[in-house]
Design a protein around this ligand. Structure first.
Ligand SMILES: Nc1ncnc2c1ncn2[C@@H]1O[C@H](COP(=O)(O)OP(=O)(O)OP(=O)(O)O)[C@@H](O)[C@H]1O
Length: 290
């Protein structure tokens, strides 16, 4: 992955702003998170909130700590310090499958689908937490198991409609174009009916048309399904177009949090991408971004 330069205008940045219109409790609340790997400080003093129906982006150059944030949220890494609350529950140290069952879904930088299964079956795997019956029920209480299966299939068909992948539904995922596979991975996350969606570089490796399609679906998820999202993405154009708020990271620390407009030409954000620059160069870059 390559780090991209931030683009477009800016102003001032408040350290931890609560966005206008958000009076409710945050869906995610992270405070003072510290994560280290044998001396390497991956995260230091990370604080942020994500609110209902918010699209929150995390940006930063390579190694800034973006993936580590996702891994802390989804339970892959346990931070040494700090608190992580999701949907009102303290999830620090909780196992990934338990966090997923609380309603946190994630897509990955590299597609993680079952290539030999068709689209419908891959999406049905996302319904795992919604089976509504156990193994015994599936044998001894056929009626309940069958009703749950029908309801799950109906939900999967709704997602297929929503993501406009009807034409691929019976095809093995491995033979589909890259952009469609990324869409199916998104569909599997949606099949979980998540309370929060983590999108890890959703347009990485996509061409222009695929990127535009994905951007449209991300907006639809926010506007129609009203699912809050955290987006990690190197495509700054996409971040600036889609995000409600952005947190910029550098060397494991948040350096600016605010609207895309505020963050993109913040001096610390520009220095995170370009390295040390003098005031004249900084002003020139800010001028180009304006
Ligand atoms: N499992 C690990 N073991 C050792 N160091 C790690 C591990 N995971 C992350 N790191 C280190 O933590 C720092 C942050 O890494 P992270 O992958 O979170 O950055 P990133 O912003 O996602 O980078 P990229 O944009 O390249 O994906 C880096 O110095 C990285 O080498």
């Amino acid at each position: 992955m390559s780090a991209a330069s931030p683009h477009a205008p800016s102003s001032t940045v408040s350290p931890r702003p609560v966005p206008e219109g958000h009076v409710s409790e945050p869906v995610v609340s992270v405070r003072g998170v510290e994560l280290a790997f044998s001396g390497v400080k991956a995260l230091q003093g990370v604080d942020f909130d994500v609110f209902d129906n918010e699209l929150f982006a995390v940006i930063g150059p390579n190694g800034a700590g973006k993936t580590s944030i996702f891994n802390v949220l989804s339970g892959v890494y346990r931070p040494q310090q700090g608190t992580v609350e999701f949907a009102g529950t303290d999830i620090r140290g909780m196992r990934p499958h338990k966090i997923a069952n609380l309603g946190m879904a994630r897509t990955f930088q590299n597609i993680e689908l079952f290539e030999n299964l068709d689209v419908v079956d891959n999406l049905m795997l996302g319904r795992h937490a919604h089976l509504g019956y156990g193994w015994a029920a599936s044998v001894a209480w056929f009626g309940k198991a069958k009703r749950a299966e029908v309801a799950n299939r109906r939900r999967v068909e709704e997602i297929i409609d929503f993501l406009e992948i009807e034409g691929y539904r019976q095809l093995p995922v491995g033979m589909l174009p890259y952009g469609i596979q990324k869409r199916i991975e998104l569909g599997r996350a949606l099949a979980m009916e998540p309370k929060l969606l983590l999108l890890d570089e959703p347009v990485a490796g996509m061409n222009g048309e695929e990127t535009e399609d994905m951007a449209r679906f991300i907006l639809d998820i926010r506007n129609e399904l009203r699912i809050p999202m955290i987006l990690v993405e190197h495509d700054m154009g996409l971040v600036m177009d889609l995000a409600d708020r952005v947190m910029a990271m550098d060397f494991g620390k948040p350096v600016a949090t605010g609207t895309p407009h505020e963050v993109q030409s913040h001096p610390d954000v520009i220095r995170a991408y370009l390295g040390p620059v003098d005031d004249a160069t900084l002003a020139e870059v800010q001028g180009e971004l304006a």
